[in-house]
Design a binder for this molecule. Structure first.
Ligand code: KG4
Ligand code: ZN
Length: 344
């Protein structure tokens, strides 16, 4: 079964073709980073217009790369939410029109389920059940994943998401949008232990997060350094390194505590912050020491992409799930998803 996946929830147009037997056949992505950079963040109307411009050429490119045609597609999957309403509508419209024209099933996919299951796109993949740390621009959550649609929320953030904290700290350091990767790059020049930031809730007896206090601590530190005339390039790099270390320390402490709590030995790290190299090496090192396995999606599938949407569409369609409604859900709690009994 071949499923075309369409992702347009935010500032990336992602298209992919996933085959339940042969795996990922082709994928293509257009990032709008350059388009929004001048504004310091995503401008929703510009995002929608750019999805309109890119979506058809990208679908054509994926068909060419897979050396197939739309007639061979068995179903169309699109990101139904959460995300920007106008941006989601572009993907929903094109997916619905295609499904109607081809007389093939249509399915609306939850964006976060895409991130959660994205490690299943790799050859070396985890088996259910596993613990998943989902760290993106809008979410910092820990789940116990029993199967497709079977997600038990173990921990959540009380305020900011990890990616949001990266973006805000980057802004305070005068870095351009998107902040996370820019801050990580600056941190490479940082010296460890020169400045100190808190590790919020690291010792708390639960699996929840809080990052807004860390953001305030960065603001206070930056002001102090500026006041003392010490806010030079080297010191900015020192702050970036300490900030990254603080977030990674907290995420690692909670994620490995979740493994202990569930007595599970497989950890999946998904979402944009999972692209962070310092996080990856820290988690990989700790996993070896503890004798557990940690799975990251391939770098290309860490941030938003069409492959994870095509994958979820295929997993759900293979179990008979169909959804012909034209709908977008800008706000959509993951816990509202229905479980798929026979997980693939
Ligand atoms: O999953 P994603 O692409 O979009 C959603 O939020 O769904 O995640 C984007 C987030 C942004 O906050 C971005 O700053 C962060 O992931 N991010 C990073 C890195 N790459 C992306 N944060 C830290 N280090 C990175 N290398
Ligand atoms: Zn995302």
């Amino acid at each position: 079964m071949q499923v075309l996946g369409i992702e347009t929830s935010c500032d990336e147009t992602g298209i992919a073709l996933y085959d339940t037997e042969r795996g990922l056949r082709a994928h293509a992505l257009h990032s709008q980073v350059a388009l929004h950079a001048a504004y310091g963040g995503v401008v929703p109307e510009l995002a929608s217009r750019d999805h309109v411009r890119r979506i058809i050429p990208l679908i054509e490119a994926v068909m060419r790369e897979a050396e197939t045609t739309l007639d061979a597609v068995d179903g169309v999957a699109y990101t139904q939410g959460p995300g920007l309403a106008g941006a989601l509508l572009v993907g929903a419209s094109v997916a619905s029109a295609l499904a109607l024209a081809l007389n093939k099933p249509l399915i609306g996919v939850h964006h976060l389920e895409g991130h959660l299951l994205s490690p299943l796109l790799s050859a070396d993949k985890p088996a259910f059940p596993f613990v998943a740390l989902l760290v993106s621009g809008g979410h910092s959550q820990l789940f116990f994943v029993r199967g497709v649609g079977q997600y038990e929320l173990l921990g959540d953030t009380f305020d900011d998401a990890a990616g949001e904290a990266f973006d805000k700290a980057a802004q305070l350091l005068g870095l351009p949008y998107p902040g996370g990767p820019a801050l990580a790059q600056l941190a490479r020049q940082g010296r460890a232990g020169v400045v100190r930031l808190p590790r919020p809730l690291i010792d708390a007896p639960h699996l929840h997060f809080s990052f807004s206090g860390l953001k305030t601590a960065v603001l206070t530190l930056v002001r102090k350094l500026q006041h003392e005339g010490r806010f030079d390039d080297q010191t900015r790099a020192d702050v970036a390194l300490e900030f990254e270390a603080a977030v990674v320390d907290v995420l690692a402490a909670k994620a490995f505590a979740a493994l202990r709590q569930t007595q599970n030995r497989q950890l999946v790290v998904a979402g944009g912050v999972g692209a962070n190299q310092s996080l990856r090496s820290r988690f990989a090192g700790e996993a070896v020491a503890l004798g557990v396995r940690v799975y990251f999606p391939e770098m290309a599938f860490c941030t938003d992409n069409g492959a994870m949407i095509a994958l979820v569409g295929a997993l759900r369609m293979a179990d008979g799930v169909r959804d012909y409604t034209f709908q977008v859900k800008p706000r959509w709690p993951l816990m509202e998803l229905e479980a798929v009994e026979r997980a693939a």
